[in-house]
Ligand binder design. Structure first.
Ligand code: CUA
Length: 309
């Protein structure tokens, strides 16, 4: 593998070698230019030390050629580094379309994860080799940070919002999962393990657990139990409310004439802060569900609304 001659931590995801290359490139360039500057300082300090008989006549007043050189070459280098890092960043923040969704809830002091098929895990994550995995993450108390060093991914997990990160594992095995944001007394114990398995083994693992219901099924149950269906279901609506079929992912017209994309964050806000973004043509009469739904339940409701075509 690229750069494997260096004592780097294991590279076990698609992006790991690119991140390492970028880090190394910046380190080498920084060292290179620091060396030039320090060498020049040392050379001139010795050559022009007090009492030396170096030639001090005809001091240089300026050199256009020199100034252009040390402006244009570093400019081009900086632009090249910017372009490359921007492309890496773009890749890291845009999960591919075939990514599998896993929801993550951080709390003092554990990671709670759920697969779309319903399997729940605590401080463990099982994923199939070669499969892109998108993590949608939130916290139910303070800021945590989801960190898998071997995959070179680290993302803050913040209460009240969703953050996202994705990876594609390229090696089977077990890898460390850490919380990388000091979050209280037992921060250092908020650790876990990622298991990357052959796809067949992963299927067997999925079938081995006891699963009550998929995330979307759980969301459908909540949708009924919490009374959402009283207003948002097609038939026998008691109150006129927007229908939710096919809403996910599309643009939603708002009262003030603007549009928002119906992503996870929008649906979350619509449930907890229903007056924040009112759909055009509807009255702001929906009550808030703040305090009545856990983060896991919100993820399930979102999965259900996502599943409505
Ligand atoms: Cu959670 Cu540190």
């Amino acid at each position: 593998m690229l750069l494997s001659f260096l004592p780097l931590p294991e590279q076990a995801s698609e992006t790991a070698p690119t991140i390492d290359f970028l880090t190394l490139l910046f380190t080498v360039l920084t060292l290179f230019f620091s060396a030039i500057v320090f060498a020049a300082i040392g050379y001139f300090a010795i050559k022009y030390r007090r009492g030396s008989n170096a030639d001090r006549s005809n001091p240089i007043a300026g050199s256009l050629k020199l100034e252009l050189t040390w402006t244009i070459i570093p400019l081009l280098m900086a632009l090249a580094m910017f372009t490359y890092s921007a492309s890496v960043y773009f890749h890291v923040v845009h999960p591919p379309a075939d990514a599998m969704d896993v929801s993550v809830v951080g709390r003092q002091w554990m990671w709670k994860l759920q697969h779309p098929t319903g399997q729940r895990e605590i401080n463990e994550l099982h994923v199939p080799l070669g499969q892109a995995v998108r993590l949608t993450m939130t916290s139910q108390d303070v800021i945590h940070s989801f960190f898998i060093p071997a995959f070179r991914i680290k993302q803050d997990v913040v209460p009240g919002m969703y953050s996202q990160i994705w990876f594609r594992p390229t090696e089977t095995g077990t890898f460390h999962l850490f919380c990388a944001e000091y979050c209280g007394t037992e921060h250092s114990r908020m650790i876990g393990t990622v298991y990357v398995m052959e796809p067949d083994d992963y299927q067997r693992w999925l079938e081995g657990g006891t699963v009550e219901e998929s995330m979307a099924k759980g969301g459908e149950r909540l949708f009924r139990d919490k009374g959402c269906s009283g207003c948002h279901a097609g038939s026998n609506q008691s109150v006129r409310a927007p229908l939710l079929n096919g809403v996910y992912g599309g643009p939603v017209p708002l009262d003030d004439g603007s549009f928002v994309t119906a992503d996870d964050m929008y649906i979350r806000d619509s449930i907890l802060l229903p007056k924040k973004q009112v759909v055009a043509g509807f009255k702001p009469i929906m009550p808030t569900y703040q305090g009545q739904l856990s983060e896991e339940e919100l993820f399930q409701l979102i999965a259900y609304i996502k599943s409505l075509k």
